[in-house]
Design a binder for this molecule. Structure first.
Ligand code: PMP
Length: 367
């Protein structure tokens, strides 16, 4: 009898992350509206800073990402020593779970949440606990009711992906106040920069003083640097220390660090991206709502994407394939229990107008 190395049971219990479909050549123009990327690209200054680093390819990056952490911290009034950098915020989420959960521990997240929470939880042998939503949004009471003696970490994304729903400041405060102090609350703010200043959920303020709050953010969304994999987290010194112990040693590239530093400084680009998103998210929401008699419904979103529910003759699955044939890649989410939903990233005006025209044709054809 031969024996072979056996992967851990908890690893084999993971369904690998399924990314949004890549924009491959299909014979026609392709609009990729499936991964919540920035349709305006990125700051020209970030692009220049990235290109300037081509000469240093043979050298390791700054392992501590000191200049990047200082650039992130200054405008937000944070302590740079408590900023931790990651290869995308995915790595920061993994580090948080790696530091605070293991076999026997429970990690809570909402039903319609980011797929990485479950993967990050299972990869350390901990148990994901999934709580029901309230109108597709985060239900603070359901989270608090799911806490047990074994709970060590709670994930909340604000705004949430893939629903776009948003938890107001008082609800975040209520959630935090209702958790035992030995439970780490991880507030994933990948889309926070799309919110107006008055919509700030207070998570960073909380993380400045609380011993059990970690906030994560990313350069992949409004900063348009998804290809470089740069994210960060902010938390209490003890948590940051623990997370550094399991961080990849040179986890953010030299060019990525430079691009991100330039991106933070270009506030005009961020403003323009937010204004574009506000305008076209509102437009797309209204367009979908106008198709209510065909059974389409938009979940009100504060992200750079819109979840559209298909409850009429045209199914989400048929719409997904039909839009793909017409050159529009969107995200169909059966793996997240949203077989009746498509998530559409806010693209350029042309992309969104084209997508709506294609969607109307599909509805007409479905009779
Ligand atoms: N959190 C949420 C809620 C997300 O939607 C994403 C990206 N899809 C991430 C984290 C991770 O993004 P990145 O690793 O590119 O920072």
């Amino acid at each position: 009898m031969t024996t072979i190395p056996r992967p851990k049971d908890w690893v084999m219990g993971i369904n690998a992350y399924v990314p949004g479909k890549a924009a491959t050549a299909s014979g026609g123009p392709v609009a990729k509206l499936s991964s919540n990327e920035n349709p305006l690209g990125q700051s020209a200054a970030a692009r220049d800073a990235f290109a300037a680093r081509a000469a240093g390819l043979d050298r390791y990056p700054d392992a501590a990402a000191t200049a990047l952490r200082e650039a992130i911290a200054a405008p937000l009034g944070l302590d740079p020593a408590r900023v931790i950098h990651g290869a995308g915020s995915d790595e920061v989420l993994n580090m948080a779970v790696g530091a605070y959960a293991g076999p026997g521990d429970e990690v809570i997240h909402v039903r319609y949440g980011f797929a990485m929470y479950e993967i990050a939880t299972r990869r350390v042998g901990a148990t994901p606990v999934v709580v029901p939503d309230k109108d597709y949004g985060t239900d603070v009471d359901a989270i608090l009711a799911a806490v047990t003696d074994r709970t060590t970490l709670v994930f909340v994304a604000n705004p949430n992906n893939p629903t776009g729903t948003y938890v107001a400041r008082d609800e975040i405060a209520r959630l935090h106040a209702g958790l035992r102090p030995d439970i780490m609350l991880v507030i994933d703010q990948a889309y926070a920069e799309y919110l107006a200043p008055e919509e700030d959920d207070g998570a960073l303020e909380l993380a400045k003083t609380a011993d059990n709050v970690i906030v994560t953010r990313t350069f992949s969304k409004i900063y348009g640097l998804a290809g470089e994999r740069i994210g960060w987290g902010y938390g209490p010194a003890a948590a940051i220390d623990a997370m550094h112990r399991i961080r990849g040693p040179f986890n953010v590239t030299t060019a990525g660090q430079s691009a991100a530093i330039a991106a933070v400084a270009d506030t005009a680009f961020v403003e323009a991206s937010r204004a574009h998103n506000d305008r076209w998210l509102a437009w797309l929401t209204a367009e979908i709502e106008a198709l209510g008699n065909a059974g389409l419904r938009a979940v009100p979103s504060r992200g750079n994407f819109l979840l559209v529910l298909f409850e009429g003759r045209l199914s989400a699955e048929a719409a997904y394939h039909g839009l793909m044939d017409a050159g529009f890649i969107v995200r169909w989410l059966p793996g997240q229990g949203l077989g009746n939903g498509l998530r559409i990233t806010i693209g350029t005006e042309d992309e969104l107008r084209g997508l709506m025209a294609a969607l109307r044709t599909l509805i007409d054809d479905a009779g």
